[in-house]
Write a protein that binds this ligand. Structure first.
Ligand code: SF4
Length: 380
């Protein structure tokens, strides 16, 4: 098929006119910088990465600095970007690079792929951008482009379909290794801006797709049917109670288990999540004893019970994750004294120092409200 021979040339020419230029992570052969940008760009909008990437690179300018940092510092810097396993994996991977590769990223995709948090497509992107390796990428955007160009029907999660797409992605690579960075960037940009999921340019009529005459989906009127959509089940909903326990200008924070949602971040002590039964807001009122026992270990709840004033119902906050929704009922409690807690995972934190802690975004907003009322700054 002619397209196999001409695709990379046409795509690179397209990028010269209509691709994205001047992004801070472009034209950079430092594998550390490429790796951080690739991980941050997964599941995060470019506009957000444009703001957060330079900040992350200022705070952790080298893989050595990132490996030596405390995980709390890394999570605090990542706060608000979501998908916190990415930050935890970055930290583990930085240590692997230091320990197993003496601080130097390997150039072979097969070795990169063995590192924590680096999948085959990300390994391909790092190898292509930083080392000019002829390695393909195959993220969701590229899958969509290829499924349309070559009319690949079948569910993307099927192994046979996936293998077919990887083979195509390899066959389309430019022959010259030095063209790999621009080609890989062009492929990403084309999927993100022209061959988009809902409004590909060939259907808008405003701009002319360079592949319009060869694209099998376009020629057979199947553009919006490809790739085959996966039917998503309705997201389950959960309720939980959260304890906003304050003493003077301190608030009690609890470190979340590393394997949970918001793993490793600091949050408000909370009860177990239970499946939401009713669509309406809850009207029950918790008493202090029940609330403390639901959200804290037994001995800590008992110690606090004597020091706390009655509970006040606070905000009901809905947070939407990719696969579930959580309704958080906040309960305000004042302690007359900060009782000491043994252990690393429960701390009284001054409002003025909240910026040093990685907090889930909705919790950060609640605490920011308190903090601003006191004139403290949580913007970090
Ligand atoms: S013709 Fe349409 S579907 Fe085909 S590659 Fe171009 S934008 Fe994508």
């Amino acid at each position: 098929m002619a397209l196999l021979n001409t695709f990379s040339k046409k795509l690179i020419a397209w990028h010269g006119v209509d691709g994205r230029q001047g992004l801070p992570w472009q034209n950079n052969r430092d594998p550390y910088a490429v790796w951080v940008s690739e991980i941050m760009l997964q599941q995060t909008q470019v506009a957000t990465v444009l703001e957060r990437y330079p900040r992350f690179m200022r705070r952790f300018p080298t893989v050595k600095k990132l490996a030596a940092a405390d995980i709390d510092e890394v999570l605090a810097e990542w706060a608000g970007l979501g998908y916190y396993s990415r930050a935890r994996n970055l930290h583990v991977c930085a240590k692997q690079i230091m320990e197993q590769f003496s601080g130097k990223f390997p150039s072979a995709p097969a070795l990169l792929e063995q590192l924590k948090g680096i999948g085959r497509s990300t390994a391909g992107a790092i190898a292509a951008f930083a080392f000019h390796e002829r390695a393909p990428i195959l993220d969701a955007n590229v899958k969509r482009i290829l499924a349309r160009l070559f009319c690949i029907d079948g569910a993307l999660q099927d192994k046979a379909v996936n293998d077919q797409l990887w083979n195509l992605a390899s066959s389309l690579l430019p022959a010259k290794p030095e063209e790999m960075p621009i080609y890989t960037q062009a492929l990403m940009d084309f999927g993100a801006t022209w061959c988009t999921s809902r409004k590909p340019v060939c259907l808008s009529g405003e701009r002319k797709c360079p592949f319009a005459k060869e694209c099998q989906a376009n020629l057979s009127n199947q553009v919006l049917l490809l790739p085959q959509k996966t039917i998503k089940a309705k997201s389950p909903e959960f309720d939980c109670d959260m304890l906003l326990l304050r003493h003077g200008n301190h608030v009690l924070l609890q470190k979340r288990p590393s394997k949970a949602i918001w793993g490793g971040l600091w949050s408000l002590p909370e009860s177990a999540w239970v499946a939401k039964l009713k669509a309406t807001a809850r009207d029950d009122m918790l008493n202090l004893k029940d609330l403390l026992r639901l959200s804290l270990p037994h001995e800590k709840a008992s110690a606090l019970l004597k020091l706390c004033k009655p509970v006040e119902r606070g905000e009901l906050i809905k947070h939407v994750f990719t696969h579930r929704r959580l309704w958080m009922q906040i309960w305000h409690v004042q302690a007359s004294k900060a009782c000491a807690f043994a252990g690393e995972d429960l701390k009284w934190v001054p409002l003025a120092k909240l910026g040093q802690y990685g907090l889930p975004q909705p919790i950060k907003l609640i605490l920011q409200g308190l903090s601003l009322a006191r004139g403290d700054d949580l913007k970090n």
